[in-house]
Design a protein around this ligand. Structure first.
Ligand code: SF4
Length: 324
């Protein structure tokens, strides 16, 4: 009988769902229970196909434009990434009723940008062009009010004068390491630039990156479970690569594992982006267990106890329905 080769697996913790994702999924499920299907969700509620498919099976309809919400009695939910100010305005004009599932840590960044704008400051946003969160943050203010940068070179190309009152904010799901370099470039050019009082890169992104950074030197390979369009999952894969791991791959599910690459590996770290459910991690472990004699250990770098309450309007509606 042929024996399976041994494989040591380091399971990173924290990994997977963050408080903002748990809340956003909860919003859709509670809205379905409260109003019945359909419930429209503008954009993927969180960037994970598995989550989206499961909500579709319960009666959610995902739309990209508000015009697609043909049943005007059904609620429209805004995703965890946040939306530009024009979106609720358009919804109101269309007579739609909306529920905002924007993560409170994204809303914090929106507020910071609004305060800086009111005080007449020039605002720099560090983030990736086209990501829904960045589109939403840019859309909090009139067009052109925020300068978007994603690299040190783009900071060097900024046209603000050295005497101007400048502040920066960031996307919540960036690489901590890359962002430090961009912030350093901003402070070199504008030493008095105002920084966020509390870092804009969120606790979940920071903790997941720290765990994978600590695990990477201990293993030959890293698997990040998450969708290709998930910014924080992509960053986890990069963080592992920067930390020197030979093979770092992002997989949406166990089916995407390339066994030609992973067949000879004898030590592996596994983590998951903030929008990836734990069931997908378990399926990845099962896939390895089918081919290897696995030994799993957990590397834990932080305890998380963050919780965000549901949007007030939804809680009120639930209380009204239940008569409490
Ligand atoms: S990754 Fe961070 S900002 Fe995004 S939903 Fe989770 S907690 Fe909120």
């Amino acid at each position: 009988m042929s024996q399976k080769p041994k494989l040591r697996i380091v399971l990173c913790a924290p990994r997977g769902f963050c408080a903002g994702v748990v809340r956003a999924i909860d919003v859709v499920e509670r809205a379905l229970a409260l109003y019945g299907p359909p419930v429209y969700v503008r954009h993927e509620i969180v960037h994970n196909r598995h989550v989206v498919q499961s909500l579709i099976s319960k009666g959610a309809i995902f739309i990209e434009s508000l015009a697609e919400a043909s049943n005007r009695q059904a609620p429209v939910i805004f995703s965890a990434h946040g939306v530009a100010k024009s979106v609720p305005r358009e919804a109101e004009a269309l007579g739609l009723f909306t529920i905002d599932a924007t993560c409170p840590l994204v809303t914090k960044v929106h507020r910071e940008a609004q305060v800086h704008f009111k005080r007449g400051r020039k605002i720099i946003l560090i983030g990736h062009a086209g990501h829904p969160e960045v589109v939403g943050t840019l859309g909090q203010l009139p067009e052109g009010a925020i300068a978007l940068v994603s690299s040190v070179a783009e900071v060097e190309a900024l046209s603000f004068g050295p005497e101007e009152d400048i502040a920066y904010v960031t996307q919540t799901t960036l690489s901590v390491h890359d962002t430090q370099e961009i912030v350093a470039a901003i402070l070199r050019r504008y030493p008095k630039a105002r920084e966020p009082l509390r870092a804009d890169i969120c606790y979940a992104t920071t903790n997941r990156q720290e765990a994978v950074e600590r695990a990477a030197p201990l293993v030959e390979a890293v698997i990040v479970v998450g969708s290709a369009n998930s910014s924080n999952s992509q960053r986890l894969r990069e963080v592992a690569e920067y930390a020197g791991v030979r093979l770092s791959r992002l997989v949406a599910s166990a089916e995407e594992i390339n066994w030609d690459e992973f067949g000879a590996v004898r030590s592996l770290a596994v983590t998951a982006g903030a929008s990836a459910p734990e069931i997908l991690v378990e399926q990845v472990l099962d896939a390895f267990a089918a081919r290897f004699a696995i030994e799993v250990e957990t590397l834990s770098t932080a305890d998380e106890s963050v919780f965000f309450p549901l949007p007030r309007g939804l809680r009120k509606q639930e209380a009204t329905r239940s008569g409490t």
